[in-house]
Design a protein around this ligand. Sequence first.
Ligand SMILES: NC(=O)c1ccc[n+]([C@@H]2O[C@H](COP(=O)([O-])OP(=O)(O)OC[C@H]3O[C@@H](n4cnc5c(N)ncnc54)[C@H](OP(=O)(O)O)[C@@H]3O)[C@@H](O)[C@H]2O)c1
Length: 257
Amino acid sequence: MKKVVVITGASKGIGRELAYVFARKGFDLMIASRSLNLLKELGKEIEEKHGVKVLTKSTDVGKREECKELIDYTVDSFGRIDVLINNAGIGLYSPVAEMKEDDLEKVFYVNFFGSFYCTKYAFPYIKEARGSVINISSVAGLIPVPFMGGYSASKHAMNALSFTLAMEVKQEGVHVLTVCPGVINTGFVASSLGNYRPKFKVRGTHPSKLAEKVYEYYVKRKRLLIYPWYYRLILMSYKLFPDIYGAIYLRFWKKKS
Ligand SMILES: NC(=O)c1ccc[n+]([C@@H]2O[C@H](COP(=O)([O-])OP(=O)(O)OC[C@H]3O[C@@H](n4cnc5c(N)ncnc54)[C@H](OP(=O)(O)O)[C@@H]3O)[C@@H](O)[C@H]2O)c1
């Protein structure tokens, strides 16, 4: 019987590339996001290329009942869940003092509560399979990023839950991988909330490279992936010289026209 992976936010960007990688490795897939048409097209393409089964489910992970329906549908259809990838996420570019309450709440519902809901409902099946939970967080979940305070807070919260879960469930044979990417070339900036944007186009990494690395870390049952590696230098620069780090980052932003 094939292993089953559930991927949230699989219609675009990193989630889409993760779908390709896990399909190439022979997994059956449940792919979810709010754009059902995009998911259906992707599912068809993957089924034709890789001979695995792909099911789709329109899901807003910010809604608890839709996360429950996603997991129930997966178990009813495939009878198992080996891997859950909490990838769905949105950005928010705004200084803290100007941040809209609704925007911050939305970011927390999608990035933090969404991953918690899916993990909670999928956990009994992942435990049965001695499988993995993979949380796609961010480098912004490890250090603060000026003008991204709301997003950074949601990813810090996600990391806290992810690292804690990893410790709690290791004895039960469940593996938890926390993924903290730097800039990856996707539509993330364009679809983010908030009134500010980066002044310069930062050259990021192709999402397929990150997806391959995630799969490698999943197979090795590692705990933390910071990718690309040089983001470790940025983490260190914040720890050693927080004022200089902050002063440099403050120059990065402009108001959206
Ligand atoms: N790109 C980066 O530089 C970067 C860096 C660090 C971390 N990350 C993280 O990587 C993850 C994927 O981001 P990405 O770069 O691939 O961005 P993206 O291209 O904008 O894709 C985001 C995905 O999340 C889905 N999504 C958004 N809101 C959702 C909701 N309420 N319910 C269900 N799905 C939802 C979107 O699908 P629909 O619109 O169809 O719902 C889409 O498939 C996010 O968690 C992000 O925080 C990205």
